[in-house]
Each structure stands twice: as structure tokens, then as C-alpha cells.
Design a protein around this ligand. Sequence first.
Ligand SMILES: [Zn+2]
Length: 305
Amino acid sequence: MKTKVLLALLAAVLLTSCGESSSSDSKNDNSSVQTTASAAESDNTATAAAGSDPEPEPEPAADTQADRETIYQVSLLQGLTLGDYNGSVSVADLKANGDTGIGTFDGLNGELIMSDGVVYRGLSDGSVEVVADDETIPFANVTFFDADEQEDVSGIATIADIKALLDERVEKLGKNSFYMVKIEGTFNKVHARSELKQEKPYKPLAEVLETDQREFEWENIEGTVVALYCPEYMKDLNAAGWHLHFISSDKTKGGHVLDVDINSAKLSIDPTQGYNMQLPETEMFPTLDLTKDQSEDIKKVETKD
Ligand SMILES: [Zn+2]
């Protein structure tokens, strides 16, 4: 953190010395940085200032690492369930904030699965397509994925069983952090869903799913489950607990997972301490009543009993 602040101040100082020699109006409240500033002024050029810096160059990885450990969220799931399917963030912007995650598209046009930096759409017929950078997203969670914990798993026959296993891992690693998980392997069965693209005026999600949800079952399929865990205290901003999406290895099938039977797979867990939420600038968003506890409704639309 200290390194980050110093880096930012140093950058500001260097920028100032590059341009016209302006008065020190920046926030130079750190004495060591002020020393650097006077050195830069007397040296007169930015390159000389950088060369005269007695401190070793800080690792540039520090910043990158901090960004990697952040879950980036577009809007609230509670806004989506109320029917705000208006895209507010582009696929390109999403890619700037992660390489792995889940979500949906403008107009609720399919299930979003991001894996290895590519954004895929699980369409209402269960097929998959790569999504262009200029499409927009009303709701998503992504992060830069690091497989910090890995293990082999096999013979996990239901979504309840895999959630229970994942809960055990989270209990051990810390239930108040965020987790992105990848489960890559062979599946005896995947039961998934997607939905038809909606037209305005948008109806609430529960109503849409009653008529426009489409379900699929694939057997003996190779692929990846991307799963997000949100801590319990997130229940007003997202779904607390687990939310799973699937994409096949050949990138032809995918969707929101309702049930899963894992034959054998590699489980990779990425614990994440940072959380960054982007509120949408849609016309509908300011009009939504987000005061109501929607936990029960969300459980209904996210799972299948
Ligand atoms: Zn989903």
C-alpha cells in the first residue's frame, strides 16, 4: 500500500518536472517525496531525476497483483431481478477488469461465461458464441484468475454435493472473502439453463424465467464450471453463496448451472480480498426500489428445487 502511494506521488512529481516548472500544488505531504521533488527541480530534466533516484525501482508487479485480487461487479443482482436488463458496461471494459467470471448481457440475452479472457454467451438453445467487445452488460462478476489452491475431485453427483465441498474449503480459507472457482474436467451430467432475449418494457426476472427459461441436459461432457462465491454479508448486492456457470471444452455448449454430476475434475480456487462495484448509469437504475430483501426470490431464480 505504502509503495503504491509513493509510486503515485513519484509519478506526479515526475510529470510536474516534465512540464512547465509549476508550483508544488500537488499533495506533497510526504517528506521523502519532497526531497525527490527538489532533486528533480535542480536537475531540470525528468530523465536525470529518475537517474538520480537513490531508491531501487519498485517491482511493477505490486500494482498488477493488487488488481488481480479484486472481484469486479457490474450493478447489483437485485437490480437485474427487478428487470434492469439495460447493459451499462462493455465487454471490452469487462475484460479490463478480469479474465474469468459470470454474468448476463443487455436484454438478458443469454448467460455470460468468461474463461481465459474470452467472453462467451450461452444462448437460449444451449449453444455458445464468442461475444464482441462492443456488446454491453447489465450484471457480471469477474476477476483475474489465479489458481491459488488446487485439488483433484471425483464422483460428486449433485450441485448440493459440490457446493458442500466448496463450502468446506471456504470455511477453512475464510468465509468472509470472495472466491472465484474453476472446475475443469469430465462431467457425467450438466443440467443448465439460459433464457430468451427480452424486449422492452422489461419484466422482473422471476416472471421472465416462468415463460422464457430454456433448460438443457448434457451427458458425458468435458468442460469447465466457473463459480463465484459471495460472502453472506453480500446478500443485498448479489446472491450470497455459490453461483455456477458452465462451458464445454469445445465451446459449443454452456449456460447457468442448475445441477451437475462431476466424474473427475481439477478444482482451482482463487480467494479474493478486493471488491469493486460499478453502478449502472441506465435510465431505469435510479427508479428501482432496492430497499427490499430479495434473498428468497433470488434463491428461486438462481436454483431449481
Ligand atoms: Zn447465472
